[in-house]
Design a protein around this ligand. Sequence first.
Ligand SMILES: C[S@@+](CC[C@H](N)C(=O)[O-])C[C@H]1O[C@@H](n2cnc3c(N)ncnc32)[C@H](O)[C@@H]1O
Length: 253
Amino acid sequence: MAAGGTSPAATWDAFFSDFYLRAFADDARQAEDAEAQALAAARLAGCREGGDLLDVPCGFGRHSVPLGRAGYRVTGVDRSRELLDEARRRAGGDRWPKFVQADYRELPQPDASFDAALNLFSSIGYLGDEQDERALAEIGRVLRPGGRLVIEAMHRDALVRGFSEQDWRLVGSGRLLLEQRVWDAAGGIAQVTQTLVDGSGERDSRSYSLRVYSATELLAMLARAGFAEARCHGDLEGGEFSSATRLVIVARR
Ligand SMILES: C[S@@+](CC[C@H](N)C(=O)[O-])C[C@H]1O[C@@H](n2cnc3c(N)ncnc32)[C@H](O)[C@@H]1O
């Protein structure tokens, strides 16, 4: 863990791996919710039917796959080969999505390739302010003029308001996930340790430091990254934003 900052890329790569699949890919309820979230996010982004949609980062494809089946021309981009392998397995032989392995600070697509982009499930905050802003600018570059980016994330006010030092969850196949957190209020950094305990009692842990932005900070970053306008909502249906809701930002290129 880098003192005072976010974790280095190697820490994230070790987390978004087989460990992440065991912790998050097995949860049947989450899979159902993901389809509804994906469709709501595409609507909120104003993506036309059959439009070119970027899911970045796409993880193991839980949003990209149902969006492809709904007729969007989806490209899922992620840095993790293991998660992309699982995404391809879930897509089966479907024509869409296309999955691409890349870092979101350097997307391989040409300028103005997409009608809309999605960044879902707290997928920003890994790299520190400057590099996260670079990723936002890069997503803006590949959006067509007027295209929208939808960000859905935990935010600082909600984290502080509901802060809990640890909790347990059942994550499927008899596994428990313990999450322990320390909040660095000066840096706006959550230091998190996740421990998976399988049915036989065997444990496996990963620790990381994540920047959790306030809505104010993220809006300022989007403006600096070249987005013309951005609005906050409290959910993907466009509900009201508050310190108790998730943060959903719709930003127009
Ligand atoms: C919390 S997961 C969410 C993935 C997906 N949006 C979802 O809801 O399932 C965050 C993802 O970010 C990816 N990621 C982390 N750093 C990245 C980077 N620099 N470039 C591209 N993807 C990255 C990870 O591999 C992981 O799949």
